[in-house]
Design a protein around this ligand. Structure first.
Ligand code: TYD
Ligand code: MG
Length: 473
């Protein structure tokens, strides 16, 4: 029987057990359970439930009360504000996750500096670097004059007391994994500590109205280290991503209680910090030259903005018993599906071929509208037939081999036209009446035929021309 008051928390997945065991029954990890004293009821919750209102019983409200949108701290880093839903909401907690070295500290220093220059009271508390290091970096980025208050601290109690004493609008905690609470015995970075620190800071945010941004490192398998539990506690989770070798960094909303999660912010890492990329549509296109076989430009939408990006496929004979399927920037399950449809419905064979699919520029595409672009790139490579230079591709492919209409097609084509594209390979339904010529296909097999025959004529006929030949002359 467990000692009274003791709980055992898995350090890998955060599951709570009443008894110690060698293996966590939730994530099946070995030797991951660590004893944790049963948490006392959080002080905030206690006082709230003892208030006279709570004692009067559970009070219900109606939905039809007029509410104002939450006020926002507009930091001035537009790409960041957009992903947050139009600025940071006071009293909210945001977790920013990302690989080590991706630029989280750089981004958040820039956010704090920009917000402070617009009059918000900002603090940057680093548990990872000394004040001199943080200051030197800020000065190198040309932010030395911003009135941001710096501190280097890892003791949770000191941080919370300091934040109660000095009032701020926005506080950056870099990082949550370095904090430790003297109420718990586990080491810094353990699930117990991270959960305690996040819980305490979220409560502080709700109570005092300060917006708290927590930096979290990401483990090898892409989870915010240790606890997914922190993701449940905070109001927004933003992922900061970038491929090694590319300067581009994408800030992506994973969860947001105050905005949409499909928005992305695009940055470029330079010598003087992160530069905002306000119009990313042409960023992920390969410049110049003939388009080689295997390349297809996808007219995509990320959040509210159109983004054109090149899909590159290589289909090559395999020397291996099990051919390779390598994909960067797209979902491997989706690739398997598109390959199966190409094999089953379009007569292309990939059985003994290695397949590589790459999204140029380090962007990760999640839209189903990219199916047709991936299929066109694969067909183009398999048939060694390049697509026309001025053609964009979009459309969703179903298992039955149909090509379906996708959202906001007109917006995709307008952006393509702006960048010099003159035609599209896309669904035949829903694109009638557009000024942009679309080589419409209703089946994936039609698309493959068009690639094979290099036929990208729009289906629309010019009716007046028929019959003219019969005239005189
Ligand atoms: P950093 O913000 O420290 O990453 P994180 O906090 O996510 O671990 O960024 C580190 C990387 O960014 C480092 O490899 C150097 C690079 N960098 C620049 O290229 N230019 C700059 O102006 C700054 C500040 C960093
Ligand atoms: Mg850092």
């Amino acid at each position: 029987m467990a000692r009274d008051g003791a709980l055992y928390v898995c350090q890998a997945c955060g599951a709570v057990h009443a008894k110690w065991a060698g293996q966590c029954s939730a994530c099946l990890g070995w030797n991951t359970l660590v004893e944790e004293a049963r948490a006392q009821t959080p002080p905030g919750a206690l006082t709230a439930s003892k208030s006279s209102k709570a004692r009067a019983g559970l009070a219900f409200e109606t939905l039809d009360v007029e509410t104002l949108p939450p006020p926002r701290i507009v930091t001035g880093v537009e790409e960041f504000d957009r992903v947050c839903g139009g600025g940071v909401v006071p009293g909210s907690a945001i977790l920013v996750g990302g690989d080590p070295g991706v630029g989280k500290s750089t981004l958040l220093m820039q956010v704090a500096a920009a917000a402070s220059l617009r009059g918000a009271r900002c603090a940057y508390i680093s548990g990872e670097e000394a004040i001199e290091q943080v200051r030197a970096r800020a000065q190198r980025m040309g932010l030395g004059h911003a009135p941001v208050k710096l501190a280097a601290e890892t003791a949770l109690r000191d941080i919370v007391e300091g934040l109660k004493r000095d009032r701020f609008d926005l506080v950056i905690i870099d990082s949550i994994q370095t904090l430790w609470s003297d109420q718990h015995e586990a080491g810094p970075g353990s699930v117990t500590q991270v959960r305690a620190a996040a819980g305490e800071l979220v409560r502080l945010a709700k109570k005092t109205g300060v917006a708290v941004v927590l930096v979290g490192h990401v483990t090898k398998d892409g989870q915010i280290a240790g606890p997914r539990v922190v993701e449940h506690m905070v109001d927004a989770v933003l992922a900061f991503e970038g491929e090694r070798g590319y300067p581009f960094r994408i800030l992506r909303g994973v969860k947001n209680r105050f905005g949409a999660t499909d928005e992305i912010g695009v940055f470029e890492m330079s010598d003087a910090g992160l530069r905002e990329v306000k119009n990313p549509s042409a960023l992920f296109l390969n410049e110049g030259g003939e388009r080689a076989s295997g390349a297809a430009v996808f007219a995509g939408i990320e959040g509210s903005r159109p983004v054109l990006v090149e899909f590159q496929a290589l289909v090559a004979p395999s020397a291996l018993g099990t051919p390779r399927r390598a994909v960067v920037g797209w979902d491997s399950g989706r690739l398997a599906m598109v390959l199966a449809v190409l094999e089953a419905r379009c007569g292309l064979g990939f059985g003994n071929k290695d397949i590589y699919l790459n999204v140029a520029g380090g962007l990760r595409i999640t839209e189903p509208a990219a199916d047709l672009a991936a299929a066109a790139a694969l067909a183009s490579s398999a048939l060694d037939q390049p697509l026309p230079q001025d053609c964009v591709v979009f459309g969703e492919v179903s298992l039955s081999g149909e090509v379906r209409a996708v959202s906001r097609m007109e917006m995709r084509m307008k952006e393509a036209a702006k960048l010099g594209f003159a035609r599209a390979l896309g669904p035949s339904s829903g694109t009638e009446g557009f000024s942009f010529p679309v080589a419409g296909v209703s089946k994936l097999a039609d698309a493959v035929r068009r690639v094979a025959e290099n036929d990208f004529q729009s289906a629309r006929k010019a009716p007046a021309v028929v019959g003219v030949r019969g005239g005189k002359g």
